[in-house]
Design a protein around this ligand. Structure first.
Ligand code: FES
Ligand code: FES
Length: 158
């Protein structure tokens, strides 16, 4: 079967998995580690639903093989809140009603959290970051309002 042992640090905890080289990181997160907050839509890099943060950078987990992620630090939507306190992006998405069905939401939150921590300005986040995500429900208006609220609330990022 040519399986490989891979160590991932996921949301601060070391996780050891055995995978075939062809297995996508999105599938390992969901099916082996039970982190189903990472959603899978297109599986070809177009929709952004599967976005996680790998070593500080937002990346589409459907375009990363699990073996490629060996020895990296991965953050998923389950790990964004700190000590039970939501990240400012999560708070803003909730308060501005930046979601409807919620399928796209974890990926958008992960990209925005990475952008917020990197000090990317709100205007760039609204255009370049959001451009990488498809939402079939909201028309993006309330997501943009959430970005404004998050960036105004913190003026920086954690
Ligand atoms: S499922 Fe990964 S980009 Fe769509
Ligand atoms: S809220 Fe339904 S796809 Fe975005």
């Amino acid at each position: 079967m040519n399986e490989r042992a891979v160590r991932l640090t996921v949301n601060g905890t070391d996780r050891d998995v055995i995978v075939e080289p062809r297995v996508l990181l999105s599938d390992t997160l969901r099916h082996q580690l039970g982190l189903t907050g990472t959603h899978v839509g297109c599986e070809q890099g177009a929709c952004g639903a599967c976005t996680v943060i790998i070593d500080g950078r937002a990346q589409r987990s459907c375009l990363v093989l699990t073996v490629q992620a060996s020895d990296t630090s991965i953050e998923t939507i389950e790990g964004v809140a700190s000590d039970g306190v939501d990240h400012v992006v999560q708070v803003a998405m909730h308060e501005q009603h930046g979601l409807q069905c919620g399928f796209c939401t974890p990926g958008i939150v992960m990209s925005l959290v990475a952008a917020h921590r990197a000090g990317i300005d709100g205007a760039t986040a609204k255009h370049e970051v959001l451009d990488g995500h498809l939402c079939r429900c909201t028309g993006y208006v309330n997501i943009r309002a959430a970005i404004d609220a998050a960036w105004e609330a913190a003026g920086g990022g954690r």
